[in-house]
Design a protein around this ligand. Structure first.
Ligand SMILES: [Zn+2]
Length: 94
């Protein structure tokens, strides 16, 4: 790719970025769906998927994802505890 082509591409990207920025600014005035989705009634009672201890979570438990207490969540996050459900990850073949 020549320098000229690079420069042209850069200008195009800049123009696109400007366009995108404008668009983004416009939507910023609209209510953020994530804010609307955020539960204000929490915390919600839940049972830890690892130690079965009663705990509270700031989000509404969906039942689709395991819920952990603070202790177990820290273990999962650090990788010290791997949840038995491996549906999200492709199983190794062979
Ligand atoms: Zn736990």
């Amino acid at each position: 790719m020549s320098d000229r082509q690079k420069e042209e591409k850069r200008q195009r990207n800049l123009a696109y970025a400007k366009k995108f920025k404008k668009k983004k600014k416009k939507t910023a005035s609209a209510p953020n769906p994530f804010i609307l989705m955020a539960p204000s009634a929490g915390p919600f009672p839940a049972t830890c998927a690892r130690c079965k201890k009663q705990t509270e979570v700031p989000f509404r438990p969906t039942g689709l994802k395991p819920v952990y207490c603070d202790e177990c969540f820290a273990l999962v996050r650090s990788g010290a505890y791997v949840p038995p459900s491996t549906e999200a990850e492709p199983a190794p073949v062979g």
